[in-house]
Ligand binder design. Sequence first.
Ligand code: SDX
Length: 397
Amino acid sequence: DFGTMIYDPGYYNTAVCKSQITYIDGDRGILEYRGYPIEHLAENSSFLEVAYLLIYGDLPNMEQLNLWNTKIMNHTFIHENLIQLMKSFRYDAHPMGMLISSVSAMSTFYPEANPALAGVDIYKNKQLMNKQIFRILGKLPTIAACAYRHRIGRPYNNPINSLSYTENFLYMLDRLSESNYKPHPTLTRALDKLFIIHADHELNCSTATMRQISSTLVDPYTAVAGSAGALYGPLHGGATEAVLRMLEQIGSVENIPAFLEEVKQKKKKLMGFGHRVYKSYDPRAKILKSVTQEIFNLLGKNPLMVIATELERLALSDSYFINRQLYPNVDFYSGIIYKSMGFPTDMFPVLFSIPRAAGWLAHWVENISDPELRIFRPRQIYLGRRGMTYVPLENRN
Ligand code: SDX
């Protein structure tokens, strides 16, 4: 019964859910997708291959991978009506708000895939369900690129399906896409690694949202939009943006000790540190640290990296953080890489959403495939009053 939220009052704000997708050992800093260590996947795989692994349960063979790539890259164009919707947003609309609204709007585009219109039997049609997966994974980078072009006041670029998934995304973002621009392979590979390590992470807040919202059998576009809404929060996917702002506010290595004192006095949070599950170094942060070097070799060192490295060194030599098992998490270095690649900070949660959609969809498939699936309905611990007597308004003080 993978779909049922088992509720254990012993841990009153903790609920568990069974899954075969991602394994984490927070104490030993282990992360595996379908049993494959994240380090091996980041080094050897591609994001689309990892998306296939997460959704369908194992690595594809050559024929399966080629078909998977073709199917997704043939679904990169978005409907003209959706482009008009995106163009109706304010010139300075937050790209993540545009992404969430646009993905949600997609639920109105495909009535054949909407159980509210076509009935829940559509979930027995695997071909139809796969088509929604192709559409969401194929169109998300295009929506993300349109949101970016919108905020810089430039015309939207059409996808080039002959490029790879991340190459095409970088191509659609670029100001000069009208020329025969081709992204630098180092940047394409770095972005692919970033997408791989952001693809899934067990029952994080946004994926728990997916499990919860999809248990109602709502359409996958609405479910993905709801999950992205959870990721938008500053304590979750918004943390990358918060890390950059924190490093920019610290401003120099000399200011780090005073900043850490404010954190210890609980006046500020050390963004990019700490994790609900990892009580050791987040394995993804280790991988990202090596990716920063590849980027700096190409683009030159980002001054924020100097602050980040010293901030990490001082925090990890301070008992306040060690005693609270606070280590760098995936967001600590990802923002520096994205900033070095030229992304504005408000694009960071969008860059998190694209790969995490593969994880959300894997959990969506696992949920709706469970014959024992029941709607999530967690219980509460009631701490309020009981047995009150109504007091007429004129008698209230
Ligand atoms: C992601 O769930 C996932 O897997 C998420 C994610 C994914 O891939 O989906 O990994 C992505 O969201 C990573 C986390 C990104 N968020 C941040 O970096 C924001 C900063 N981090 C914190 O807000 C915090 O660490 C959380 C929310 C991530 C985890 O919080 P917990 O586990 O609830 O920690 P806690 O509140 O139990 O903290 C224990 C102690 C407390 O101090 P005391 O009350 O014991 O004195 O540690 C302190 C907290 O105040 N603490 C921090 C801190 N995080 C916890 N103090 C300063 N800075 C921090 N960042």
